[in-house]
Ligand binder design. Structure first.
Ligand code: ANZ
Ligand code: ZN
Length: 803
């Protein structure tokens, strides 16, 4: 037996697979297909992370298993390569983002190949390749033509230091995460996609797919549907009304004041009557510097300013109530105004207590002088006029019908999900293919001019006015209008990072197509994705965005399935040795390359799958990795004890059938850790025998192959097990042989249990009787009597009837 030289073995097999195109999909296949999808990586400068390894190895195991089960398997990979880190790095080092991207892709490719993933590399895609983003732009134009892309003024977070527009996650306490400068809100025209129009479809579609329950819940919460009412509160002495959204119209009689968002237009509309404008403007300025998270989640101490000079009228009590501005009310939700019910809403209670406002109990059950009583899914109405005595649910319905009859309001549905802000003011993204013509308005770039490529420029540093670097390049943005031929300007914003990943799964199987994003025939074969695995951090936005694009493409007849992904799962994080999140600053990042060099890719793969419950976070341990290497060393040594015998060894048959069953189902349920544990147990059983057969080893090797493909392929070859391992079939088990050979069974005499016997499962009736009657207790009930009937079900019961 040769030595287990992981370096040589892994290099040889990787070369072999590449040269033989072992994992290339079959075109025009009549076979059943399996499409396994992993979230394609952002090729960052730091290279592959062990988190990637966990995410990819899981479906890699399934993909390798499916091939042995006879499926035509598509297991592709590509690059989600537009984005800020690359652009920032490129600016810092004075290089072009294209160059940096190519370099990073090369590093990632090399790493993925060194792990031995069975990707079909001929199907690789890159979102920054003009041949790819031609279609990203094309799909955007379809959205535009169907009225689902629009421009609107909104506030963006602008860093005065970096001179760039920031995402909400990029700053805290009004200070930029990167440079510490002040972040201000700039009003700007930006693009939006109307994902809210798809809110109901996105919710309904969840019934047709198999997502992990927690993933489904995240989607539902993100969409955040709530049913309620819009109610108009008159402003005393004015024609204006202040419209609120409430999910609790039953509590109308308890509304003792109103609160509007600092940005609410009412302030400007009634400026002439308002007597404390300066104070309000001051508060508005402060609110601008807070993120939504700070305003909503962190605001334990409620702040606000009363608007002096105007009052609202409660439509059911007809009393005048004060109006405040406060930043715990957001402009982007509902109507940006609320009726405050301090008796039954905690935020309103805190605010009322701080500002000395009346608190009225309208639902029985709590003590509103102590705290808001919010446990009000049911309960009896009090202090509520015509609603008194009703149950909450009945009161909601009664309040809505009253409001509708009196023309004061109506039932409405609200979604937390906002329309998708679809733009970046940066260089390294897909140019938005729109031309602004002073005569014709917004005109799509003609489809035959796609892809609209990025200009090759010396400097792509952001401008200091919040505009994209493309706005510095007149040669690029000055153009003629495709409709009227007059002078016009190109849109200079680019698309956000999320664009390219919103449809990438449609491209893999037809990645060379220049005439359409993918052929309908191929889509009909490959869609939907059978199994999609990725991070929990992507189950809201990315998953919703891509489902939205797909549902839209379905609605206009361009894809054959309503939903893109039949099944979606997610892995837990890999933490550092210390149980903390791995990060550069903590110095606890594990580099997969080191593990591959020292112990081998198979060890890395085995350990990552063995590390713990797949869905949970797990801390990295070097000793754990070494332990997996020892396991593989022992697998290698099995070659020493193989003899020529056929079939399974007698003493191992049950153990082998059991292990096939367990490993097969554990893989499917993503219980990789227990599958590997079962193989470790079987290995111990093998080692208890002095000899095992070729078939014993063969089955073991097949079970381990998806996790550790190099070592198993090598053993297969050295032991001359016949043909190619990657063309064999997945081992089958015999259910009957998975149970232990002996069973315990109750013996009944005339229907009463009189004892138990232990016998081989497949023992016949005569054997069973002989064993039963050899027991004295049982014998004592039959002695001197005649057996008139025997009911014997092997492995289950034995009933003897005597007279
Ligand atoms: C009166 C009331 C009484 C409310 C009560 C709640 C409890 P969900 O369920 O999340 O949709 N609200 C409405 N618009 C808001 C905004 N722009 N910013 C902050 N809060 C807003 O929440 C709906 C409830 O959140 C609404 O119902 C409103 O307060 C508040 F016992 O109205 B409610
Ligand atoms: Zn024009």
């Amino acid at each position: 037996m040769s030595t287990y030289d992981h370096k040589q073995i892994e290099k040889d097999w990787q070369k072999y697979w590449e040269e033989n195109e072992t994992f290339r999909i079959e075109e025009n296949s009549k076979k059943e297909k399996f499409y396994g999808l992993v979230e394609f990586p952002y090729p960052s400068g730091v290279g592959l992370h062990v988190g990637h390894v966990r995410a990819y190895t899981s479906l890699e195991v399934i993909a390798r298993k499916r091939r042995l089960e006879g499926f035509n398997v598509l297991f592709p990979i590509g690059w989600d390569a537009f984005g800020l880190p690359t652009e920032n790095y490129a600016i810092k080092t004075g290089r072009h983002p294209r160059e940096v991207t190519d370099e990073n892709i090369a590093v990632f490719t090399d790493q993925l190949k060194r792990i031995g993933y069975s990707f079909d590399w001929s199907k690789e895609i890159d979102t920054t390749d003009p041949k790819y983003f031609k279609w990203t732009q094309w799909i955007f134009l379809q959205l535009f033509k169907h009225g689902l892309a629009f421009r609107d003024r909104t506030y963006v977070n602008f860093c005065n230091g970096c001179k760039v527009v920031l995402a909400n996650e990029d700053f805290r306490d009004g200070k930029c995460d990167r440079c510490g400068s002040e972040v201000v809100q700039l009003e700007k025209d930006v693009w939006f996609l109307k994902i809210r129009e798809y809110a109901e479809k996105l919710l309904a579609g969840l019934d047709d797919v198999d997502y992990l329950p927690r993933i489904r819940l995240e989607q539902e919460n993100w969409i955040g549907k709530s049913i309620g009412a819009e109610v108009d509160f008159a402003i005393a002495g004015h024609d204006n009304a202040l419209r609120v959204f409430t999910t609790r119209p039953d509590t109308l009689f308890g509304a003792t004041f109103m609160v509007i968002a600092p940005e609410h237009p009412l302030i400007a509309e009634l400026a002439a009557d308002i007597t404390n404008m300066a104070e309000l403007v001051d508060y508005q300025e402060k609110a601008k510097r807070k993120t939504e998270f700070e305003r909503v989640q962190l605001a334990k101490d409620k702040t606000g300013v009363r608007i002096l000079g105007i009052q609202a009228i409660n439509p059911v009590t007809h009393t005048e109530i004060p109006i405040f501005i406060a930043d715990y009310v957001m402009m982007g939700y509902g109507t940006g105004a609320i009726m405050a019910v301090p008796g039954h809403d905690t935020r309103d209670w805190e605010f009322a207590t701080k500002f000395g406002l009346p608190i009225i109990e309208v639902i029985k059950g709590g003590d509103v002088s102590e705290a808001a009583y919010t446990d009000t899914d049911s309960g009896e109405m009090v202090n509520s006029g015509f609603l008194n005595g009703m149950e909450v649910k009945q009161a909601i319905a009664a309040a809505i019908s009253y409001l509708e009859k009196e023309n004061l309001g109506k039932q409405t549905i609200n979604y937390k999900m906002k329309d998708w802000a679809f733009n970046r003011q940066r260089y390294w993204g897909e140019p938005i293919p729109i031309i602004h013509c002073p005569k014709c308005g917004m005109v799509p770039v003609p489809e035959n001019e796609l892809p609209l490529e990025l200009p090759k420029v010396e400097s792509y540093e952001p401008t200091d006015n919040g505009k994209s670097p493309l706005a510095n390049i007149p040669e690029w943005y000055q153009t003629t209008c495709p409709v009227c031929g007059g002078p016009a300007e190109r849109e200079t914003d680019t698309m956000p990072q999320w664009a390219g990943s919103s449809w990438y799964f449609l491209r893999y199987f037809d990645n060379q197509n220049d005439d359409e994003f993918a052929s309908m025939d191929k889509m009909k074969y490959w869609l939907p994705v059978d199994w999609y695995n990725g991070g929990m951090e992507h189950v809201t936005r990315h998953l919703l965005y891509s489902r939205f694009w797909h549902q839209f493409l379905y609605d206009i007849g361009l894809v054959p399935t309503k939903e893109p992904y039949a099944k979606r799962t997610a892995q837990g994080l890999i933490l550092g040795n210390d149980g903390d999140k791995m990060s550069k600053s903590k110095g606890n990042v594990v580099n997969p390359n080191e593990i591959i060099d020292n112990y081998g890719a198979d060890t890395l793969r085995t350990y990552i799958m063995f590390i713990g419950d797949y869905e949970k976070a797990a801390p990295w341990s070097d000793n754990g990795a070494k332990g997996c290497r020892r396991f593989l060393d022992r697998v290698w040594k099995l070659q020493d004890i193989v003899t020529d015998g056929e079939g399974y060894s007698n003493g191992l048959e049950t153990a082998i059938h059991k292990t096939i069953k367990k490993v097969s189902s554990d893989y499917e349920e993503m219980k990789y850790n227990t599958a590997i544990a079962a193989m470790m147990t079987l290995l111990n059983e093998f080692n208890k025998q002095s000899k095992i057969t070729q078939d014993d080893l063969k089955t073991f090797i097949l079970l381990l192959y998806p996790v550790a493909p190099h070592i198993t392929s090598q053993i297969w070859k050295e032991m001359k097990m016949g043909g190619r391992l990657d063309q064999t079939t997945w081992p089958q088990y015999d259910e009957a042989k998975t149970v232990d050979n002996v069973v315990e069974m109750a013996v009944q005499i005339n229907g009463k249990v009189r004892g138990t016997i232990t016998l081989p499962v497949d023992a016949d009736k005569d054997t069973a009787r002989a064993i039963a009657l050899s027991q004295e207790t049982i014998l004592s009930y039959t002695q001197g009597k005649t057996i008139v009937k025997e009911i014997y079900v092997p492995g289950k019961i034995f009933n003897i009837v005597v007279k």
